[in-house]
Design a protein around this ligand. Structure first.
Ligand SMILES: N[C@@H](CCC(=O)N[C@@H](CS)C(=O)NCC(=O)O)C(=O)O
Length: 219
């Protein structure tokens, strides 16, 4: 019998869920995964009474209740320390970029919503604040993966990569320009990590009825 459950939202769209799911899977926690179809714009009735903040990802594991993707990342690292780098300075860098992702990049988030079914750029040019976010993300990926890669902190996917994985999905979906060759190689490493392949496949199997006009009709 599983030791808990992880509740996530529609895999096609739920960027926060992808982060939590990756951390839980990388840590190998023995939990059942439940997918709740999102209603969009924070209006999913089923979530209101489920998690303390009415959001996914939401984890229950051996008596612990954890909500918020960054808390899930930290919780998973308590079980499997390799999710953060062993080296103190490298760990400080990884935590900083993970937190920067968690609390920032609002322009990218709102202009380029995650939609794994999308495969073409926006019709309109990207706004200046979106370009600014892209430039900072490019710098982080180039610095991290540029140390040897293929991931941000070395040869294995960790918590910092999990936090940025949905950004990789967005940049691929919208064919975002201006990324270094190191950043582009990093995106390929993330996209074709076995867990990401599994997530994309699950998203592709979701019922068409779960698709939301607000994301599908974005020009
Ligand atoms: N800061 C939170 C954000 C979680 C969040 O906003 N999740 C969205 C789905 S991606 C959600 O549950 N929204 C509520 C809804 O759609 O009703 C985290 O890191 O987990």
């Amino acid at each position: 019998m599983a030791e808990g459950r992880l509740v996530i939202g529609t895999q096609r769209y739920s960027s926060w869920s992808l982060r939590g799911w990756l951390c839980v899977r990388l840590a190998g926690l023995d939990v059942g995964v439940e997918v709740v179809p999102l209603a969009g714009a924070g209006q999913t009735a089923a979530l209101k009474t489920l998690s303390p903040n009415g959001c996914v990802p939401y984890l229950e594991h051996r008596g612990a209740v954890v909500w918020d993707s960054l808390s899930i990342a930290e919780y998973c690292a308590e079980h499997h320390a390799f999710l953060w780098p062993e080296d103190r300075a490298a760990r400080a860098w990884a935590r900083s970029v993970a937190a920067e992702m968690h609390s920032g990049f609002r322009a990218v988030r709102s202009a380029l919503p995650m939609n794994l079914g999308r495969n073409h750029p926006l019709a309109a040019p990207l706004a200046e604040d979106v370009h600014k976010d892209i430039a900072r993300i490019n710098a982080i990926w180039t610095e991290g993966a540029g140390r040897g890669g293929p991931f941000l902190c070395g040869s294995g996917m960790g918590n910092a990569d999990a936090m940025f994985a949905p950004v990789v999905c967005r940049f691929l979906s919208y064919d975002v320009p201006g990324l270094s060759s190191t950043a582009q190689a990093y995106m390929q490493a993330v996209r074709y990590h076995p867990l990401m392949v599994e997530w994309y496949a699950a998203a592709a199997r979701e019922p068409v009825e779960w698709q939301l006009d607000m994301y599908e009709t974005l020009a």
